[in-house]
Design a protein around this ligand. Structure first.
Ligand SMILES: Nc1ncnc2c1ncn2[C@@H]1O[C@H](COP(=O)(O)OP(=O)(O)OP(=O)(O)O)[C@@H](O)[C@H]1O
Length: 254
């Protein structure tokens, strides 16, 4: 049997005396689109940060493709094929759209920031950068400063940077935050397209996005996963409805 793309084993995280993540066990299959939802303060970002290595677990393990990565640094986890986006847009405003994506590619290739003298003439790099710009629908904005893009385009660019390194596990933190309905629809299509055949983990408040995008959903409440199931079953779950304190998931999704 092939190992899960991500496996969380008895994962716990405390800040001081506060237990924020409590005994989380979860397997996310290779190629699955998995969403983590839960009320405000449930611990979604903390869980996200435990998987990406920003936080080390207090106890328990995080495995990527069967390999224990608990306590590894974010860049080491990135090198093992996991790439993340940030809740707050994280792009270089004074670089062009093209340069931002190229930077993501170079970073993943290990050039880090010493690349300025090495990049010219690297046709393969340019070809791959343009390919990503096409995928994220920003070809027309190629030479524009990233800071001048509309907000939704900046989020699309960030997704481009996230996928640039060719990671096979993509983690997105609230990719649709602050967007209108029509912008959200475009970003969801884009996410679906760029994560084909990859494993996706997404934390998102917008229920419409989650039900549209996810193969399975984990519901986190007070740091514990109370349910992991298909969108249909999660939507119908009494325990999940109660966790949202009276607001039905249908209401949230509409
Ligand atoms: N670095 C930290 N130090 C101390 N407490 C923290 C830290 N990070 C998060 N917390 C606490 O952990 C709890 C969960 O926070 P977290 O941001 O993970 O929740 P969330 O589900 O992502 O919330 P939201 O939906 O509002 O973004 C909160 O009570 C928060 O105050």
């Amino acid at each position: 049997m092939t190992a899960a793309a991500i496996e969380l084993r008895n994962l716990n995280k405390s800040f001081g005396l506060a237990k924020i993540i409590q005994d989380v066990n979860l397997e996310i299959t290779k190629g699955e689109r998995h969403a983590i939802i839960g009320p405000n303060g449930a611990g979604k970002s903390t869980l996200f940060n435990l998987i990406t290595g920003k936080y080390a677990p207090t106890t328990g393990q995080v495995l990527l493709h069967g390999q224990d990565v608990s306590g590894k640094k974010p860049f080491e986890i990135n090198r093992m094929g996991l790439s993340r986006s940030f809740q707050i847009t994280n792009i270089f405003h004074k670089m062009t759209v093209f340069e931002n994506v190229r930077c993501g590619l170079l970073w993943s290739m290990g050039y880090k920031y010493n690349f300025w003298t090495m990049v010219n003439g690297q046709r393969e790099l340019t070809r791959r950068t343009d390919e990503i710009l096409e995928q994220i629908n920003l070809t027309k904005r190629r030479d524009m400063l990233a800071g001048a893009l509309a907000y939704a385009e900046q989020r699309a660019l960030e997704i481009g940077i996230t996928i640039a390194g060719g990671a096979d596990i993509i983690m997105l933190d609230e990719p649709c935050a602050g967007m209108s309905h029509s912008e959200t629809d475009l970003i969801v299509d884009l996410i679906r397209k760029v994560t084909e055949e990859k494993t996706l983990v997404v934390v998102e408040h917008d229920m419409g996005v989650i039900f549209d995008l996810a193969d399975r959903i984990s519901v986190l409440v007070y740091g514990e996963i109370i349910e992991t199931d298909t969108p249909e079953r999660v939507r119908a779950s009494k325990a999940v409805q109660e966790a949202y304190l009276g607001t039905t998931l249908e209401e949230e999704a509409s």
